[in-house]
Write a protein that binds this ligand. Structure first.
Ligand code: HSE
Length: 400
């Protein structure tokens, strides 16, 4: 099997490395040898052996009938979407790590792959090296999925873990993370939750078999989390994590990305540093958890290369993925129930019981303010009550 890799960045070069390093076992598992015939990139890589197979023009790959599998590791949707669609229409399978592409066009690309009897695989698009797409699509198939909670972004988990361990504020840890190469120069997609939003959109689409538009998912990042919030969290044996969540309640599907206070008895409490963890709850299965390296060159490339093995094994046969183009209506987050951790100025202490009834007060020893946890409330009810406080400092949802 001859394959082509689009994009020779961190992940693309990792895929070439995995395929070369593990050529023997990959051949055994695929049923034939797998050879990278082309790498597409705008740049040159003089001195790197890849230079010999480098092309700058995608049509060389698209027009070559010998290429049976295209690996797309360029990121973004332009030109990745056109390249991937062209490959599928020409009868080539595609394996991608690109969550933007999958979240925006997954259903359409799966449909084209089905029509052409090829495959569109995207294991690496969520959770990096953690198997999660195939388990949802092929293993947890006898359950109604009731809930998914995921720490889906390594950068923000690294930042929150450091803040917790060192008592530092967000801005200081972000700077350190950028210096260490864990956060990008422009960290917006990670710290504002947009990356996790694409990933929970993909998981929710797979869990319920319909297209979830990521624009419909309420998304809140971690930029407002402070060292003081962690002081409170520790008083109640909790961590603060950013979760991608989707939850089915009756006929309603809720989805959101937001920071959460997570108790030490929760399976995701101990997922620290750059690691990711995803907990899936099925109505028969109960909870199952997936944990591992959610980002990074070789872990992510390992998942892409495993998709290549699957694509080679299933030549001439489409492996169905339950994700139709029909839109899944996400219930407005206003109606979702959560408990909330709240900080208000001490001057408004008397209003707490008035607005929220019985609450769990937390004494973190911080002068001039009060912290407490409410009972479960609808988001809109909480928002109304919170408006009554002129000294509201923050509010963070509390994971049940
Ligand atoms: N920026 C992402 C993260 C990379 O930090 O998890 C993997 O998608």
């Amino acid at each position: 099997m001859k394959i082509a890799v689009l994009g020779y960045g961190t992940i693309g070069s990792g895929v070439v490395e995995v395929i070369n390093t593990n050529a023997g076992s990959i051949a055994k598992r695929s049923g034939e040898t797998v050879e990278v015939k082309y790498v597409l990139d705008l740049r040159d890589f003089f001195g790197d052996p890849v230079q010999d197979i480098l092309v700058h023009d995608y049509s060389v790959i698209a027009e070559d009938d010998e290429i049976g599998v295209v690996v797309e590791t360029m990121g973004g949707t332009k030109p990745a979407y056109d390249f991937v669609k062209t490959a599928l229409l020409k009868g080539k399978s595609v394996c991608t790590s690109n969550k933007e592409l999958v979240a925006a066009h997954g259903a359409e690309l799966i449909q084209i792959a089905a029509e052409k009897k090829v495959n569109f695989f995207f294991e690496a698009s969520v959770g990096g090296g953690i198997p999660i797409i195939r388990p949802i699509n092929q293993c947890i198939t006898a359950d109604e999925i009731e809930e998914i909670n995921g720490i889906l972004n390594g950068t923000t988990n690294f930042i929150l873990t450091k803040m917790s361990e060192q008592g530092l504020d967000f801005a200081d840890v972000l700077k350190e993370a950028q210096e260490l190469g864990y956060a990008e120069k422009d960290p917006t997609a990670d710290v504002e939750g947009y990356d996790a939003c694409r990933k929970i959109a993909i998981l929710t689409s797979l869990a319920y078999g319909k297209q979830v538009d990521y624009e419909d998912i309420y998304t809140e990042g971690i930029t407002k989390i402070t060292a003081e919030d962690f002081t409170y969290a520790k008083k109640v044996n909790s961590a603060i994590k950013i979760f991608g969540t989707s939850k089915k309640v009756g006929d309603h599907v809720y989805a959101m990305v937001a920071p959460r206070m997570v108790g030490s008895d929760h399976p995701l409490y101990s997922v620290n540093g750059v690691f990711n963890g995803i907990s899936v709850t099925g109505n028969m299965l109960g909870d199952v958890m997936f944990y591992g390296a959610g980002a990074g060159k070789l872990p992510t490339a390992s998942a892409v290369a495993a998709d290549v093995v699957a694509a080679v094994k299933h030549q001439g046969e489409h492996v169905p993925i339950t994700w139709s183009k029909d839109k899944l209506e996400i219930t407005p987050v206003d109606e979702m129930e959560n408990r909330f951790f709240v900080r208000v100025g001490e001057s408004e202490k008397s209003k707490i019981a008035e607005q929220f009834g019985g609450v769990e007060m937390i004494d973190a020893g911080i002068a001039g303010e009060c912290g407490f946890i409410t009972s479960p409330l609808q988001e809109k009810t909480f928002a109304e009550k919170a408006k009554q406080f002129t000294t509201l400092i923050t509010r963070i949802r509390v994971q049940s």
